[in-house]
Design a protein. Structure first.
Length: 308
């Protein structure tokens, strides 16, 4: 019991308040903390690698999505152009057929009027020829008749001359009306052609304006998306760099704390070694003193025995 007590006292004086068991426990804790720091470092590196891979995959998927949207818009635009071209072509064919049908109707009307005029002229010529023959015959007949019949023939001749003049006037009026109708038809066709050309020019201008607007909208949307992606990517890159700096700073702090702890352990160990050396020297001196004391006691014991 006394030996154990003095051993504990000697251990406290030698090692101070920190016992070897506590030092061993502290050493195990430091080793465990260092191992955990290395494991945490590896885990952080793996996690950052996974995050970078996820970011690359997300950026690649987003690029593919944008390319698919652009391709789909291009296909829709081409299909719309093709449909508009088909509609314009069918409209042009219909307009050509309509103009042909109108010209054919005009031609048929003119041919009908020509045939009617020719039939009227032939009938009038036949009547004129018959009337002339009848006049010759009647003149020969009325030469034998009285002057009253001559007056009747004169009156008939005057009526025929009036009818012939009326025919000439009607023919001139008919030719004038026909030329006016042709002028009106030409003016109408020219006006239709001009209106169609104006409508086609307006339609083409509208198509070009819509095409330019669509291109501007697509370019603006692409620029906005690329700018948004660049801004998000720069923010993510800055946050990633900041986290990396914080991890590096934390690692430096952990390394510095480990160095300080190791320096403290080394200082305690050095003090302990010095105390152990001093204790060993004191033990040797005490053993030498004890031996000398035993030798003196033995000497006096031998003298006392001899005297006794």
């Amino acid at each position: 019991y006394l030996a154990r007590k003095f051993f504990y006292l000697w251990a406290k004086k030698t090692f101070g308040q920190i016992l070897p068991s506590k030092a061993r426990c502290f050493y195990d804790q430091e080793i465990l903390q260092k191992t955990f720091g290395e494991w945490k470092k590896q885990w952080t590196v793996c996690r950052e690698r996974k995050l970078s891979l996820r970011a690359d995959n997300h950026y690649r998927h987003l690029l593919l999505k944008l390319i698919f949207k652009a391709w789909r818009a291009y296909v829709c635009q081409q299909q719309g152009k093709r449909n508009k071209y088909y509609i314009a072509e069918s409209h042009a064919k219909k307009q050509t057929v309509l103009r042909t049908w109108q010209h054919w109707l005009v031609y048929v009307g003119i041919q009908r009027t020509k045939h009617g005029m020719q039939s009227v002229a032939l009938a009038f010529r036949e009547r004129i020829c018959l009337r002339i023959s009848w006049a010759v015959w009647r003149r020969q007949y009325y030469q034998k008749c009285s002057g009253h019949k001559m007056n009747i023939l004169a009156l008939q001749h005057w009526a025929q001359s009036l009818q012939f003049r009326a025919w000439l006037q009607w023919q001139e009026l008919y030719l004038y009306t026909r030329s006016e109708k042709q002028k009106d038809i030409r003016a109408v066709t020219h006006h239709q052609h001009w209106e169609l050309r104006r409508c086609m020019g307006a339609w083409l201008g509208y198509l070009n304006l819509n095409r330019v607007k669509k291109r501007q909208n697509e370019l603006a949307q692409k620029f906005h998306q690329s700018r948004t992606l660049r801004r998000y990517f720069s923010d993510w890159q800055q946050s990633w760099k900041w986290r990396r700096r914080m991890h590096a700073h934390q690692k430096d702090l952990e390394k510095q704390a480990t160095r300080i702890a190791l320096w403290r352990v080394f200082a305690h160990w050095k003090n302990y070694a010095v105390l152990c050396v001093e204790e060993a020297q004191q033990c040797e001196l005490a053993e030498k003193h004890y031996r000398c004391h035993l030798l003196v006691l033995q000497k006096f014991w031998n003298r006392w025995k001899s005297r006794l």
